[in-house]
Unconditional design. Structure first.
Length: 292
Protein backbone atom coordinates (compact mmCIF):
# COMPACT_ATOMS: atom_id res chain seq x y z
CA UNK A 1 0.00 0.00 0.00
CA UNK A 2 1.06 3.60 -0.44
CA UNK A 3 2.66 4.90 2.70
CA UNK A 4 0.43 7.98 3.06
CA UNK A 5 -2.84 6.14 2.43
CA UNK A 6 -1.86 3.14 4.54
CA UNK A 7 -0.85 5.33 7.45
CA UNK A 8 -4.13 7.19 7.30
CA UNK A 9 -6.28 4.07 7.06
CA UNK A 10 -4.41 1.90 9.54
CA UNK A 11 -3.89 4.56 12.17
CA UNK A 12 -7.40 5.95 11.93
CA UNK A 13 -8.91 2.47 12.09
CA UNK A 14 -7.53 2.02 15.55
CA UNK A 15 -8.02 5.39 17.17
CA UNK A 16 -11.77 6.05 17.49
CA UNK A 17 -13.44 6.66 20.79
CA UNK A 18 -16.85 5.94 19.37
CA UNK A 19 -18.38 5.65 15.94
CA UNK A 20 -20.56 7.77 13.62
CA UNK A 21 -22.92 9.54 15.99
CA UNK A 22 -24.98 12.74 15.92
CA UNK A 23 -23.54 16.06 17.03
CA UNK A 24 -24.11 17.20 20.60
CA UNK A 25 -22.46 19.26 23.29
CA UNK A 26 -23.97 17.24 26.19
CA UNK A 27 -21.59 15.06 28.15
CA UNK A 28 -22.89 12.36 30.52
CA UNK A 29 -21.97 12.85 34.13
CA UNK A 30 -20.87 9.97 36.32
CA UNK A 31 -23.83 7.94 37.48
CA UNK A 32 -24.76 4.65 39.05
CA UNK A 33 -23.61 1.48 37.44
CA UNK A 34 -26.04 -0.99 35.95
CA UNK A 35 -26.20 -4.69 36.77
CA UNK A 36 -22.83 -6.29 37.06
CA UNK A 37 -21.85 -7.70 33.67
CA UNK A 38 -18.18 -8.44 34.15
CA UNK A 39 -17.13 -12.08 33.96
CA UNK A 40 -14.88 -13.38 36.73
CA UNK A 41 -11.39 -12.12 35.89
CA UNK A 42 -9.69 -15.45 36.49
CA UNK A 43 -12.15 -17.26 34.23
CA UNK A 44 -11.42 -14.88 31.35
CA UNK A 45 -7.67 -15.12 32.00
CA UNK A 46 -7.77 -18.92 32.11
CA UNK A 47 -9.65 -19.11 28.83
CA UNK A 48 -7.30 -16.67 27.15
CA UNK A 49 -4.27 -18.50 28.53
CA UNK A 50 -5.54 -21.87 27.32
CA UNK A 51 -6.20 -20.51 23.84
CA UNK A 52 -2.76 -18.91 23.63
CA UNK A 53 -1.10 -22.05 24.98
CA UNK A 54 -2.76 -24.17 22.29
CA UNK A 55 -1.98 -21.67 19.53
CA UNK A 56 1.72 -21.48 20.44
CA UNK A 57 2.04 -25.20 21.08
CA UNK A 58 3.34 -24.67 24.62
CA UNK A 59 2.21 -28.07 25.83
CA UNK A 60 0.14 -28.90 28.93
CA UNK A 61 -0.56 -26.30 31.58
CA UNK A 62 2.01 -26.47 34.42
CA UNK A 63 0.86 -27.86 37.75
CA UNK A 64 0.87 -24.68 39.85
CA UNK A 65 0.53 -26.53 43.16
CA UNK A 66 3.57 -28.67 42.35
CA UNK A 67 5.42 -25.59 41.11
CA UNK A 68 4.81 -23.90 44.46
CA UNK A 69 6.43 -26.88 46.19
CA UNK A 70 9.27 -26.85 43.70
CA UNK A 71 10.05 -23.15 44.08
CA UNK A 72 12.09 -23.40 47.32
CA UNK A 73 13.84 -26.52 46.02
CA UNK A 74 14.82 -24.69 42.86
CA UNK A 75 16.05 -21.66 44.83
CA UNK A 76 18.19 -23.89 47.05
CA UNK A 77 19.65 -26.13 44.38
CA UNK A 78 19.45 -24.39 41.02
CA UNK A 79 19.06 -20.61 41.31
CA UNK A 80 22.77 -19.87 41.80
CA UNK A 81 23.42 -20.92 38.21
CA UNK A 82 20.07 -20.45 36.53
CA UNK A 83 18.64 -17.43 38.37
CA UNK A 84 15.69 -17.02 40.72
CA UNK A 85 13.18 -17.39 37.86
CA UNK A 86 15.23 -19.75 35.67
CA UNK A 87 16.17 -16.90 33.35
CA UNK A 88 19.88 -17.40 33.76
CA UNK A 89 22.63 -16.14 36.08
CA UNK A 90 26.10 -17.65 36.14
CA UNK A 91 24.62 -20.44 34.05
CA UNK A 92 22.22 -20.52 31.13
CA UNK A 93 18.56 -19.57 31.01
CA UNK A 94 16.20 -22.55 31.15
CA UNK A 95 13.37 -20.73 29.40
CA UNK A 96 14.60 -21.83 25.97
CA UNK A 97 16.32 -25.04 27.06
CA UNK A 98 15.72 -28.00 24.74
CA UNK A 99 15.53 -30.32 27.75
CA UNK A 100 12.80 -28.21 29.32
CA UNK A 101 10.80 -27.56 26.16
CA UNK A 102 10.79 -31.24 25.16
CA UNK A 103 9.32 -32.20 28.54
CA UNK A 104 5.69 -32.06 29.69
CA UNK A 105 5.54 -33.13 33.34
CA UNK A 106 9.02 -34.35 34.22
CA UNK A 107 9.13 -37.52 32.13
CA UNK A 108 12.34 -36.32 30.41
CA UNK A 109 13.63 -33.89 33.02
CA UNK A 110 13.65 -36.38 35.90
CA UNK A 111 16.23 -38.77 34.37
CA UNK A 112 18.18 -35.77 33.08
CA UNK A 113 18.34 -34.15 36.53
CA UNK A 114 19.26 -37.42 38.24
CA UNK A 115 22.14 -37.94 35.85
CA UNK A 116 23.22 -34.32 35.52
CA UNK A 117 25.79 -33.11 33.03
CA UNK A 118 29.10 -33.12 34.92
CA UNK A 119 31.17 -32.39 31.82
CA UNK A 120 29.43 -29.01 31.61
CA UNK A 121 29.43 -28.31 35.32
CA UNK A 122 25.88 -29.41 36.09
CA UNK A 123 25.75 -31.72 39.12
CA UNK A 124 23.58 -34.81 39.39
CA UNK A 125 20.62 -34.74 41.77
CA UNK A 126 20.38 -38.48 42.29
CA UNK A 127 19.70 -38.10 46.02
CA UNK A 128 16.47 -36.16 45.44
CA UNK A 129 13.17 -38.03 45.24
CA UNK A 130 11.09 -38.27 42.08
CA UNK A 131 8.43 -36.11 43.72
CA UNK A 132 10.96 -33.36 44.48
CA UNK A 133 12.38 -33.43 40.95
CA UNK A 134 8.86 -33.36 39.51
CA UNK A 135 8.07 -30.29 41.58
CA UNK A 136 11.24 -28.58 40.35
CA UNK A 137 10.28 -29.47 36.78
CA UNK A 138 6.83 -27.95 37.23
CA UNK A 139 8.38 -24.80 38.66
CA UNK A 140 10.60 -24.45 35.59
CA UNK A 141 7.65 -25.09 33.27
CA UNK A 142 5.70 -22.38 35.07
CA UNK A 143 8.53 -19.92 34.40
CA UNK A 144 8.37 -20.77 30.70
CA UNK A 145 4.60 -20.29 30.78
CA UNK A 146 4.89 -16.89 32.42
CA UNK A 147 7.36 -15.71 29.79
CA UNK A 148 5.79 -17.23 26.68
CA UNK A 149 2.05 -17.19 27.32
CA UNK A 150 0.93 -13.59 27.13
CA UNK A 151 -2.65 -14.78 27.39
CA UNK A 152 -2.15 -15.32 31.13
CA UNK A 153 -1.10 -11.73 31.80
CA UNK A 154 -3.46 -9.86 34.09
CA UNK A 155 -3.90 -6.11 34.30
CA UNK A 156 -4.65 -5.61 37.98
CA UNK A 157 -5.77 -1.98 37.92
CA UNK A 158 -5.83 0.61 35.17
CA UNK A 159 -8.36 2.92 36.79
CA UNK A 160 -5.73 5.28 38.13
CA UNK A 161 -6.95 8.47 36.46
CA UNK A 162 -9.24 11.28 37.59
CA UNK A 163 -12.74 10.82 36.12
CA UNK A 164 -13.57 14.51 36.59
CA UNK A 165 -10.57 15.48 34.47
CA UNK A 166 -11.60 12.81 31.98
CA UNK A 167 -15.02 14.45 31.77
CA UNK A 168 -13.38 17.78 31.03
CA UNK A 169 -11.21 16.23 28.31
CA UNK A 170 -14.20 14.56 26.66
CA UNK A 171 -16.25 17.78 26.78
CA UNK A 172 -13.42 19.71 25.19
CA UNK A 173 -12.23 17.26 22.54
CA UNK A 174 -14.97 14.76 21.75
CA UNK A 175 -18.41 16.30 21.91
CA UNK A 176 -18.22 17.99 18.53
CA UNK A 177 -19.00 14.61 17.00
CA UNK A 178 -20.50 12.41 19.74
CA UNK A 179 -23.48 12.49 22.08
CA UNK A 180 -23.91 11.84 25.78
CA UNK A 181 -26.09 8.82 25.10
CA UNK A 182 -23.61 7.15 22.81
CA UNK A 183 -20.81 7.46 25.36
CA UNK A 184 -22.85 5.53 27.92
CA UNK A 185 -23.91 2.97 25.30
CA UNK A 186 -20.31 2.49 24.20
CA UNK A 187 -19.00 2.05 27.76
CA UNK A 188 -21.62 -0.60 28.55
CA UNK A 189 -20.33 -2.84 25.74
CA UNK A 190 -17.17 -3.80 27.62
CA UNK A 191 -16.91 -6.22 30.55
CA UNK A 192 -13.70 -4.92 32.10
CA UNK A 193 -11.81 -1.62 32.41
CA UNK A 194 -8.90 -2.89 30.31
CA UNK A 195 -11.28 -3.94 27.53
CA UNK A 196 -12.97 -0.55 27.69
CA UNK A 197 -9.66 1.30 27.47
CA UNK A 198 -8.48 -0.87 24.60
CA UNK A 199 -11.85 -0.34 22.94
CA UNK A 200 -11.82 3.44 22.86
CA UNK A 201 -8.11 3.80 22.18
CA UNK A 202 -7.76 1.11 19.52
CA UNK A 203 -11.19 -0.17 18.40
CA UNK A 204 -11.95 -2.58 15.59
CA UNK A 205 -13.63 -1.02 12.63
CA UNK A 206 -16.91 -2.89 11.95
CA UNK A 207 -16.58 -4.99 8.84
CA UNK A 208 -19.13 -5.67 6.13
CA UNK A 209 -21.08 -3.61 3.67
CA UNK A 210 -24.10 -3.47 5.96
CA UNK A 211 -22.43 -1.19 8.53
CA UNK A 212 -21.39 2.03 6.83
CA UNK A 213 -21.03 4.30 9.85
CA UNK A 214 -17.25 3.87 10.00
CA UNK A 215 -16.63 2.85 6.40
CA UNK A 216 -13.77 4.44 4.53
CA UNK A 217 -15.26 5.80 1.31
CA UNK A 218 -13.74 7.28 -1.81
CA UNK A 219 -14.67 9.15 -4.94
CA UNK A 220 -12.62 8.39 -8.02
CA UNK A 221 -12.71 10.88 -10.88
CA UNK A 222 -11.70 9.48 -14.24
CA UNK A 223 -9.86 11.43 -16.96
CA UNK A 224 -13.06 11.52 -19.07
CA UNK A 225 -14.94 13.32 -16.28
CA UNK A 226 -16.95 10.35 -14.98
CA UNK A 227 -16.84 9.43 -11.30
CA UNK A 228 -17.07 6.26 -9.23
CA UNK A 229 -17.94 6.36 -5.54
CA UNK A 230 -18.21 3.68 -2.90
CA UNK A 231 -16.76 1.96 0.15
CA UNK A 232 -13.03 1.29 -0.03
CA UNK A 233 -12.18 -2.41 0.24
CA UNK A 234 -8.57 -2.28 -0.96
CA UNK A 235 -6.18 0.51 -1.79
CA UNK A 236 -2.56 0.84 -2.86
CA UNK A 237 -0.39 3.21 -4.87
CA UNK A 238 -1.40 1.32 -8.01
CA UNK A 239 -5.12 0.62 -7.72
CA UNK A 240 -8.19 1.09 -5.56
CA UNK A 241 -11.16 -1.25 -5.11
CA UNK A 242 -14.58 0.15 -4.24
CA UNK A 243 -17.92 -1.42 -3.40
CA UNK A 244 -20.46 0.82 -5.12
CA UNK A 245 -24.12 1.51 -4.29
CA UNK A 246 -25.15 -1.54 -6.35
CA UNK A 247 -22.88 -3.71 -4.20
CA UNK A 248 -20.58 -4.26 -7.16
CA UNK A 249 -16.81 -4.21 -6.81
CA UNK A 250 -15.13 -1.59 -8.98
CA UNK A 251 -11.36 -1.75 -9.42
CA UNK A 252 -9.64 1.32 -10.79
CA UNK A 253 -6.01 1.55 -11.85
CA UNK A 254 -4.43 4.70 -10.43
CA UNK A 255 -3.00 5.98 -13.69
CA UNK A 256 -2.13 9.58 -14.55
CA UNK A 257 -5.29 11.67 -14.69
CA UNK A 258 -7.18 9.51 -12.16
CA UNK A 259 -7.98 11.50 -9.01
CA UNK A 260 -8.83 9.70 -5.77
CA UNK A 261 -10.43 11.43 -2.78
CA UNK A 262 -10.65 9.29 0.37
CA UNK A 263 -12.94 10.10 3.30
CA UNK A 264 -12.36 8.36 6.64
CA UNK A 265 -14.75 9.15 9.53
CA UNK A 266 -12.05 8.14 12.01
CA UNK A 267 -9.44 10.56 10.64
CA UNK A 268 -10.02 13.10 13.46
CA UNK A 269 -8.93 10.47 15.96
CA UNK A 270 -5.61 10.06 14.19
CA UNK A 271 -5.02 13.72 14.96
CA UNK A 272 -6.25 13.30 18.54
CA UNK A 273 -3.81 10.52 19.30
CA UNK A 274 -0.89 12.75 18.41
CA UNK A 275 -1.56 14.88 21.50
CA UNK A 276 -3.15 12.29 23.82
CA UNK A 277 -0.95 12.06 26.91
CA UNK A 278 -0.72 9.15 29.33
CA UNK A 279 -2.61 11.21 31.88
CA UNK A 280 -5.36 11.97 29.36
CA UNK A 281 -5.57 8.25 28.62
CA UNK A 282 -5.97 7.34 32.29
CA UNK A 283 -8.42 10.16 33.02
CA UNK A 284 -10.72 9.40 30.09
CA UNK A 285 -10.66 5.67 30.86
CA UNK A 286 -11.61 6.37 34.48
CA UNK A 287 -14.42 8.65 33.34
CA UNK A 288 -15.73 6.16 30.78
CA UNK A 289 -15.84 3.44 33.44
CA UNK A 290 -18.21 5.59 35.53
CA UNK A 291 -20.76 5.54 32.70
CA UNK A 292 -21.49 1.81 32.95
Amino acid sequence: MGSTVVHSLAAAAGLALLAGFALSQDVPKAGGRGPEQEMPRQSVTDQRGAATRAFLGLGPEPDKAAAALGAPLFQQNCAFCHGQQARGATGSSLITSDEVLSDDHGEHLLPFLKKGRPEKGMPAFAAMTDAQLTDISEFVHLQVEEVANRGTYQVLNILVGDPDKGYVYVARHCMGCHTAETFAHFAARFRSPEQLQRGWVWPSRPAGAGDSSLAVTATVKMPNGSAIAGRVTKVSDFRIALLDSANQTRIVERKPGVKVSIADPLAPHEEMIQTLTNQDLHDVSAYMETLK
